[in-house]
Structure formats: structure tokens, C-alpha cells
Design a protein around this ligand. Structure first.
Ligand SMILES: Cc1cc2nc3c(=O)[nH]c(=O)nc-3n(C[C@H](O)[C@H](O)[C@H](O)COP(=O)(O)O)c2cc1C
Length: 244
């Protein structure tokens, strides 16, 4: 048991448990919130199409989804990319000033940002992009094929360089921690999981292959995206490409 107790994860889980006797008496952390949307103001903006269709039923998607790593050279269409973005982080509802998204988020705080390494997508030059849910568009951050660097950053998992697109999700911790304090990290990671699963099922629905990836050198990918690794840090990736 001591072997487990020595792990950081064990201690985190113990120390962030809610307990009915102590919960309301505990002092709250004082963490300032962050803006709900990140924007690359100077970046070129690309509007995404909204006319897409899924090829298979949700039932079939659940049944057939498997992590897929053997991508072909067939490019993804812009419509497919748009569908993947909408399924994973699209705005799908509104209540007053709150905008809700396709994936749930603790407190509707949406701490997860979506970046794309566009590697083989029709009518989009390879490069790094940021998804802007509010406009349903992309912000072009930098040009040039980044697939090799993404793969290197993912512990050398070379299949990622062959993907049409790699989704790179970061978390802006303060968006969530300002409300949930120590426990917030649990929720941030759950949010990322929901987002990724939506993406995987949507990819299946478009008969594309996708694979989630959590093995990566955090700060290598943070540097690639020019993130500081503290306020905002990469938490999860997924590669998507055409199937053989
Ligand atoms: C949190 C998480 C991290 C993962 N990281 C990687 C990874 O770094 N590389 C990889 O090839 N697959 C990765 N996978 C995919 C798993 O290997 C895969 O989901 C598992 O073998 C079950 O197979 P299936 O997804 O086809 O059902 C990851 C999956 C999850 C959920």
C-alpha cells in the first residue's frame, strides 16, 4: 500500500476529496479568473464551413471506434475538419450570457483550448492554428509543416506526422481553478477527456482514423505553441487522418 501512497497522484486524490463534515468550513483559494476566450488578434482568420454530415449512426460509431494510427496520404476535407472541431468544442447552446458547447465542462468554464497542427487538409496550408469557438473559425498562428516536431514532442510517436491533423489541447488553469481551487485539476482533465471522446466518435462517423495521445514532453509542445507551461499548458493530443 505504501508504494501507492508515495505517488503524487494518490496524495492529490486524497487531499482534494470532498467531505461532508469539512467541505463548507475549508478556506477557499483566492485565484483570479481568466478570460473565457483566448484570441490571436493579429492572426489571419479562417471561417469554417457548417455544412457537414455524418456517414454512420452513433450506435455504429460506438461499436467500431478503435484507436487508428496508420494514416494514408489522402487529405482531410475542410468540411471534415470543421465537423471534428464542432463535435469536440463547437458552441451548441446559449442561456443568457452563457454559451454551451458540444462537450460538457465543469461550471461551464471551458478551460481547454484547441490548437491544430494542420498537416494534410484540403485548402489549408500546413501550419499551427488556434480554434476560435466564438466565431467558429481558425486563427493562423504560423506556417510550415509541424508534424515532425509534434511527433518528436510526443515521445517520437512518428505516426502523428502522417496524420492530416493533430489536435493539441491545452488548459488555461485559472479559468477553472478560480472556482474550484485544488480540486480543479480533476475537472480540467475530465473536460479534456470529454472533448477527446467527442472527437474520436465524430472521426469514426466520418470514417476517419483517430488516436488519442497523452505521452508527450509537455514543455516541448508548449514551446512549439508558444505557451508558458504554467498559466497554460498542453494536456492532451489526438491525431486524425484518412484510413487505408
Ligand atoms: C489517456 C490516454 C492516453 C493515450 N495515449 C496514447 C499514446 O500516447 N499513444 C498511442 O499510440 N495511444 C495512446 N492511447 C490509445 C490507447 O492505447 C488505446 O485507447 C487503447 O489501447 C485501447 O484501444 P482502443 O482505443 O482502440 O479501444 C491513449 C489513450 C488514452 C485514453
Amino acid at each position: 500500500m505504501d508504494d501507492l501512497k508515495n505517488s503524487l497522484g494518490f496524495r492529490y486524490l486524497q487531499e482534494t476529496k470532498f467531505d461532508e463534515k469539512t467541505l463548507w468550513g475549508k478556506p477557499r483559494l483566492d485565484i483570479a479568473p481568466a478570460h473565457p476566450y483566448k484570441q490571436y488578434v493579429e492572426a489571419e482568420k479562417i471561417k469554417l464551413p457548417t455544412d457537414w454530415e455524418m456517414d454512420i449512426s452513433l450506435h455504429e460509431a460506438f461499436q467500431s471506434r478503435r484507436s487508428y494510427r496508420n494514416y494514408t496520404d489522402t487529405p482531410l476535407s475542410l468540411e471534415n475538419l470543421a465537423m471534428l472541431l464542432w463535435a469536440s468544442q463547437g458552441i451548441s447552446g446559449r442561456a443568457g450570457n452563457f454559451f454551451f458547447r458540444t462537450a460538457p465542462s465543469a461550471g461551464a468554464l471551458y478551460p481547454v483550448e484547441t490548437y491544430l497542427s494542420i498537416q494534410n487538409v484540403e485548402s489549408l496550408p500546413p501550419g499551427l492554428y488556434h480554434f476560435q469557438p466564438a466565431d467558429f473559425g481558425l486563427e493562423r498562428m504560423s506556417d510550415g509543416f509541424a508534424g515532425k516536431r509534434v511527433a518528436e514532442g510526443a515521445l517520437g510517436q512518428n505516426f502523428m506526422a502522417k496524420a492530416g491533423v493533430v489536435f493539441v489541447w491545452s488548459a488555461i488553469l485559472r479559468r477553472n481553478f478560480s472556482k474550484y481551487g485544488h480540486r480543479g485539476l480533476r475537472y480540467v482533465m475530465m473536460d479534456a477527456g470529454h472533448i477527446c471522446q467527442n472527437l474520436l466518435l465524430a472521426a469514426e462517423g466520418l470514417t476517419l482514423g483517430a488516436c488519442p495521445v497523452a505521452a508527450f514532453y509537455d514543455d516541448q509542445l508548449n514551446r512549439l505553441l508558444d505557451l508558458d507551461g504554467e498559466e497554460e499548458s498542453v494536456v492532451y493530443l489526438a491525431a486524425v487522418g484518412a484510413k487505408e
